[in-house]
Design a binder for this molecule. Structure first.
Ligand code: NAI
Length: 333
């Protein structure tokens, strides 16, 4: 039986991960779940918010399902999420975005995927004061990281029946850095004639995304653009509370929702588990369990289409009511 590392996290994390596990199992997927602490509880009990055994577990199992983890503001430990990405070199961030029945949004027919380079660009942390009042922040783009994330995007497109990749850049201004990113993507594109490729300048793309988002399929971009555009895209389909996410690398893949630990509603059975359930669907597809993933998708569409929603989406269902409705929809087929 396949083993999956489970990081319930804190705040609403344990509630939404329990919901996702329940639904994955109802859909017929059989996993051994290896549960680990992360965050402040791990710090208190084990002395490290991201204990070595968590990293070992993800590397051994190759896959983790993770709930949100609270990061102390201004003091305390470094973000567990940032450390996980660094230590496991999870270089590709995947953010699929699609309109869901019954979830209020401005558009219909949106079904796109943002692939974001996760390790460099302006997030390399290379900043310094040149003279007082003047700061430099270095944007690092390498052939290696650009090529590897482009390979990921094309492999993903091929494996998931996606037809077109749009490479997003500002190479008209940042001719060397974004120029290199674009050049690497084009070189990988040449190895994949089965996937159409085009490119857009980031500002024009943003305008097109908020007018005709249904035109896009896969968007490939460097770190900062990806950070901003993936949240913009979440806004096209109902916000950060409904979209899934994953961070992937050679040594493992961590599937996690985009929202945080929502301490204001933790432990009150009010959390919307939709984002983590959709994240679990991504995980199922990553493991090649398309039938199980399809069952969850169909049940979600039926339950949302019938108007059942949690409080954050204007409904009144509790976490467990929403979860059990999906389980029943799966069982009814
Ligand atoms: P947040 O996403 O936790 O909450 C923002 C607002 O959205 C709150 O009103 C919350 O109640 C609501 N909300 C979020 N998820 C919800 C859900 N599933 N169902 C219903 N309502 C939901 O963002 P915030 O408050 O900025 O961060 C709280 C903590 O979470 C911080 O410590 C932050 O560092 C951490 N965080 C962790 C992430 C992760 O582990 N991947 C990602 C983002 C934030």
């Amino acid at each position: 039986m396949k083993t999956i590392t489970l990081l319930p996290g804190d705040g609403i994390g344990p509630e939404v991960t329990a919901a996702a596990v329940r639904i994955v199992e109802a859909a017929g997927a059989r996993f051994e779940w290896e549960s680990h602490l992360a965050g402040s509880e791990a710090l208190a009990r084990i002395g490290d918010p991201l204990p070595r055994e968590v990293l070992d577990s993800i590397q051994r199992n190759g896959v983790a399902l993770k709930g949100p983890v609270t990061t102390p503001v201004g003091k305390g430990f470094q973000s567990v999420n940032v450390r996980l990405r660094r230590e496991l070199e999870l270089y590709a961030n995947l953010r699929p975005v699609r309109t869901l029945p019954g979830v209020p949004s401005r558009f219909e027919g949106v079904d796109l995927v943002v692939v974001r380079e996760n390790t460099e660009g302006l997030y390399s942390g290379l900043e310094h004061t040149v003279v007082p009042g003047v700061v430099e922040s270095l944007k690092v783009i390498t052939e290696r990281a650009s090529t590897r994330v482009a390979r990921f995007a094309y492999d993903y497109a091929r494996a998931h029946g996606r037809r077109r990749i749009t490479v997003v850049h500002k190479a008209n201004i940042m001719k060397l850095s974004d120029g290199l990113f674009l050049e690497c993507a084009r070189a990988v594109a040449a190895e994949h004639p089965e996937v159409a490729t085009d490119d857009r300048i980031i500002d024009a793309l943003c305008m097109q995304l908020v007018t005709t988002p249904e035109r896009f399929d896969v968007l490939l971009m460097e770190n900062l653009y990806g950070d901003i555009v993936s949240d913009l895209c979440a806004g096209l389909v109902g916000g950060l509370g409904v979209v899934p996410g994953a961070n992937l690398g050679e040594s493992g893949a961590v599937f996690e929702a985009v929202h945080g630990s929502a301490p204001d509603i933790a432990g009150r059975n009010l959390a919307n588990p939709l984002a983590l359930i959709q994240t679990a669907v991504l995980l199922l597809r990553h493991l090649g369990l398309a039938d199980e993933a399809g069952r969850v998708d169909a049940a979600l569409a039926r339950v949302l289409g019938a108007g059942l929603r949690t409080r954050d989406l204007g409904g009144s269902a509790t976490t467990t009511e929403f979860t059990e409705a999906i389980v029943r929809a799966i069982e009814l087929g």
